[in-house]
Design a protein around this ligand. Structure first.
Ligand code: SAH
Ligand code: SF4
Ligand code: F3S
Length: 470
């Protein structure tokens, strides 16, 4: 734990960044006769979305307003993801498309940050092949954006800040939240699990938890501000507290936040099955604000594959957890992530995954074809199954999941569900949209003033993408 840097708002480092933010602001005021505009786009998971809110917060402090598109922006920032190859391809494609935009827009700056930029090879490729990119900074340099931006604005050379680090916890970075109803609340950062396919531990550093008092203060503030849904975030959120000196774990944290007065619900992601204890399940059952839905990624239904993935649980242990949760938490639902075509996975092993999916009956399944990540253990494993075959397996799994989904949705018809109305619906004028505690989309008719409140909706019909009711 000692190598993890922990810094507070009044630390020298953040005061230094505030000074750079002010200098950048002055410089921009001289340069533009209107507020400069920034376009920030985040790829990847909720952790990255949460980082994106910090980027917007720092930019707002520097005086940038939000731009609707790169074409109208004076600064474009792409906050990147490295988890699969297609995530990276998308970033390169988007950056390529910025070249003609920048040629037309005098003084425009482009910055790339996030997980992909924490990889030496990707940063190097940007350096060599994308000379019009001005700033490149990895996950560990996020808080230095004001400094990097000022340096570049004041005429210094392209800025690269991609040093590796075990990680840091920095409290008090300015924040501009994406919404007014639902909020992300990171409770821990990094990952120590080193699943053999996964790049995250390499680009996000070692596992580290925020102090419980800092998390609680932020949760209280969110409730006071009127947020109705708080999602506690961590790559392995249920190992919260392992690296703290205090004796506190994720169950304790949930109980404390649940105790805050107010009309709000609590979600969390992602929980790793190996750290999902009976105590945690009992806590979910006992806490009225915690949703009775658990995202519990299983990845595979084969014990051999789970071993090769370094997941530290068996199919039997996983199913026993699901069984325990089903008897402890009324109406509990589950979602999961699955990797199809892990190196060496056989047809029989894939069929075991299908069996598991049929047994658990998830409400939502996030499925991915295995994508080799340089530097991970699995990238050097034998991988004889052709991509086309893996795609067929994926299709099969998706079809099975849609059939399960249809049956589940039919089961909702006639029932009344509690829904958090979170925006206008897609079904036309007068329709609102919301989510159930299981995170199902529900469309119903209501006045816009209803947005941001909990409503009871009687479900009348179901389509693949949503439930409809009154
Ligand atoms: N910390 C979370 C997962 C974060 S990554 C957990 O442990 O559950 C989100 C999902 O991406 C993973 O659950 C996995 O299913 C998928 N994933 C990660 N690396 C991958 C890779 N190399 N190829 C394909 N899918 C991958
Ligand atoms: Fe990746 Fe495994 Fe960590 Fe999840 S737990 S982020 S899959 S290494
Ligand atoms: Fe992607 Fe980084 Fe999240 S690699 S999935 S954005 S932690």
């Amino acid at each position: 734990m000692s190598e993890i840097k922990r810094l507070d708002m009044d630390s020298e480092l953040l005061i230094r960044q505030k000074a750079f933010a002010q200098k950048a602001k002055n410089l921009l005021a001289e340069r533009y006769d209107h507020p400069p505009l920034a376009y920030v786009h985040t790829f990847g998971c909720q952790q990255n979305v949460s980082d994106g809110e910090k980027i917007s917060g720092m930019l707002s402090e520097i005086g940038y307003g939000p731009a609707d598109s790169p074409e109208t922006a004076d600064l474009v920032i792409y906050n990147t993801c490295a988890v699969r190859e297609n995530a990276e391809d998308r970033v390169f494609g988007n950056v390529g498309a910025l070249k003609p935009v920048k040629q037309k827009r005098q003084g425009m700056l482009i910055g790339l940050c996030g997980c992909m930029m924490q990889q030496q090879s990707a940063a190097e490729k940007i350096k060599q092949s994308y000379p019009y990119v001005d700033l490149v900074f990895g996950t560990h340099a996020l808080h230095t954006l004001p400094e990097l931006l000022y340096n570049r604005l004041s005429g210094q050379k392209r800025q690269f800040s991609i040093e590796d680090s075990p990680g840091e916890i920095i409290e008090g970075i300015p924040l501009q939240r994406d919404g007014a109803i639902k909020a992300n609340l990171p409770v821990m950062y990094g990952c120590n699990n080193f699943c053999t396919y996964c790049i995250v531990p390499y680009v996000r550093g070692r596992e580290r938890s925020r102090r419980p008092q800092d998390v609680l203060a932020e949760a209280r503030q969110l409730v006071e501000m009127g947020y109705r849904e708080i999602t506690l975030l961590g790559q392995n959120v249920n190992s919260y507290g392992y690296t703290l000196d205090e004796q506190v774990d994720f169950s304790d944290l949930l109980r404390e936040i649940n105790r805050i007065d107010g009309d709000f619900i609590l979600r969390f992601m992602t929980s790793h099955p190996k750290d999902c204890t009976h105590r945690l399940i009992d806590t979910i059952a006992a806490c009225d604000k915690v949703c009775n839905h658990i995202h519990l990624p299983v990845q595979s239904g084969s014990n051999r594959v789970l071993g090769a993935m370094n997941r530290h649980y068996t199919v039997e242990e996983y199913l026993s957890l699901i069984g325990y949760a089903r008897q402890a938490i009324p109406d509990v639902t589950f979602s999961s992530d699955i990797i199809v075509g892990f190196p060496g996975e056989t047809r029989e092993e894939f069929e075991q995954t299908v069996e598991l999916v049929k047994r658990v009956r998830y409400t939502t399944l996030y499925t991915f074809i295995y994508s080799p990540r340089t530097g991970t253990k699995a990238a050097s494993m034998d991988d004889p199954i052709p991509e086309a075959e893996k795609s067929r397996w994926l299709r099969e799994l998706l079809d099975i999941q849609s059939a399960i989904r249809e049956e589940q949705q039919d089961h909702y018809i006639g029932r009344t569900l509690r829904v958090l109305a979170d925006g206008v619906g897609r079904s036309g004028a007068g329709w609102l949209s919301g989510r159930t505690v299981s995170n199902d989309i529900v469309e119903f008719q209501g006045p816009p003033e209803m947005i941001g409140s909990f409503v009871e909706v009687k479900i009348e019909r179901a389509l693949n993408w949503a439930l409809f009711g009154k």
